[in-house]
Design a protein around this ligand. Sequence first.
Ligand code: GLN
Length: 489
Amino acid sequence: MDKLNELTIEEASRLLHAGDISSLELTEACLRQIEKTDTEIGSFLELTAELAREQARAADTRLNGSDGVHPLTGIPIGLKDLFLTEGVRTTCASKILENFSPAFDSTVVARLREAGAVIVGKLNMDEFAMGSSCENSGLGQTSNPWNLARVTGGSSGGSASSVAARQVLGAYGTDTGGSIRLPASYCGVVGMKPTYGRVSRYGVIAFASSLDQVGPFATTTRGAAMLLRTVAGKDPLDSTSIDTPVPDYVEAVGGNLEGVTIGVPGEYFVEGIEPDVDAAVRTAIGQLEQLGAKVVEIELPHTEYAVATYYVVATAEASSNLGRYDGVRYGVRRGEEDGLLEMYGKTRDGGFGPEVKRRIMLGTYALSAGYYDAYYLKAMKVRTLIRGDFERAFEKCDALAMPTSPATAFEIGARMGDPLQMYLSDILTISVNLAGLPGLSLPCGFDGNDLPIGLQLVTAPLAEPTLFKVAAAFEDATDYSKRMPEIAR
Ligand code: GLN
């Protein structure tokens, strides 16, 4: 194979371990692909080519030795630019962190380094992960590899586009309200958000702490499973990380779906859903049935309140989390000669983009005296109802199947003037975050414009093995995941 960057993670891992390819060759193939395609796509905010080559050489030494290899040793990956990476600029796509070089690694990065993975660079995103299109980045523009005039989805847009364009074999992102699943769907790759607490968030720049979760992107379900396994598990540095053993997700995969019940929530086939999306997802559910699954209808009656609830909870938490960017503790300082308050004001006004400011204002308002009960407390109560819907659903089924988004990737610029329209992009992904559940999006077809369509699967907390099993069964029976955008060739 001459284009090593087109390998899946599981194929590359096998070839590396067999000594048939070297990590340096594989890494060079990725770097060439980036050079060839990234001026047009714009996945990367920072390319760490020298670090990657150094890590690849070290991986090759390790692979040629007798001990200490890991399935990800030598595999080139990319990171959404909110994972602290020692000595590598980490910006969260914000001007306020433009020159920020962290003094330590996030646990995700530390575990990747331990595994011997190769870090190729830092990927574009919506500023502070606030957005659904990657257009809110303060530092760069990213295009969908399937059609450069379309958005990648967000907020982990660069993670999805880099994997779709075969610039890296896998990537990590975060999902607070859909930020992994939505761009995975728009870019035609597998994107997975684990159970809340499954992956440590130590050293991951926070947006909304009761919702944020780290997860993988890959071209295949097995690749995503390998990426998740490497970083999941208890971390003493993150008290919200779950202390249960991490299963071998790849082992859980394979076989038919006999004995698996799939629930289909009618509420997720919303009014206004694009006919191509509706048809592709219904066909996919039919295929799951042919693979042996039993399909039942499920009700999630509080779905209609999810977007409103999320935009109270997430903005409230964001307004608190973003307090640290004051030009003293964090953030490029501006206007210090005018005294403390003016310095704060100038720093934040000059450093944050318009969407981040909007979120801080909304969140501060929702938490303020006199409004707390009406907004935040109410939202917390509705959140409990939404979680209850899922608990009842999982008494009747093992996994839910539905669209990831009611539409395929929209045109760049189309929703920038209308924040509400933008927020509604997440209508089908947000409930999963409010309930803390694992969810996965994988390609299940293409629309009339040749844009990918995503099938979303969701399970009960910590039932990731079932999630990967259902996804892999679908993937093995179809070939949507094998299609590559023209630009990647
Ligand atoms: N689009 C949603 C938002 O803007 C979700 C973002 C995310 O998951 N980080 O808040």
